[in-house]
Write a protein that binds this ligand. Sequence first.
Ligand code: 4NP
Length: 154
Amino acid sequence: MKVLFVCLGNICRSPAGENVMRDLIKKEGVPGIYVDSAGTAGYHIGKSPDHRMTAELKNRSIAVTGHAQQFTKSHYREFDLIVPMDEDNTHNVLKLATNSEDKKKVMPFMTFCKNFTNREVPDPYYGGEEGFALVADLMEDGCKGILEYIQSSQ
Ligand code: 4NP
């Protein structure tokens, strides 16, 4: 099972999802799940995750790795589950789908959260630290939901 998290810049929300998911899989000892992330925009290609996102996750003892890449339609071939963070990302990812099988792989992040009713994962980039803490809270909740979803559909 291969899971791809997608946001706009691939330096805040989707690397948070990728790294929280990897941490959870490791703690739970679940084999066979590969995770990565990508952005719908190309502004930050090659950059490491934002230092504010990294700091928030390090405070929670979650290691952060990765370099930004742009989402392309070839990701549909490579991944089984594509998880966009907000409605714009969902729209832009679906625009690159070539068939209904591709479209079925797209499941917005917030559909996996149990403890939050937000419709989207808010973009923290231009805001304060509290935005990064909220993203991390959402990731910790939703990634558990993703793991349950994967385990229940296998
Ligand atoms: P992300 O956050 O989509 O969660 O990585 C953003 C990063 C950069 C920009 C916007 C959002 N930007 O406009 O450069």
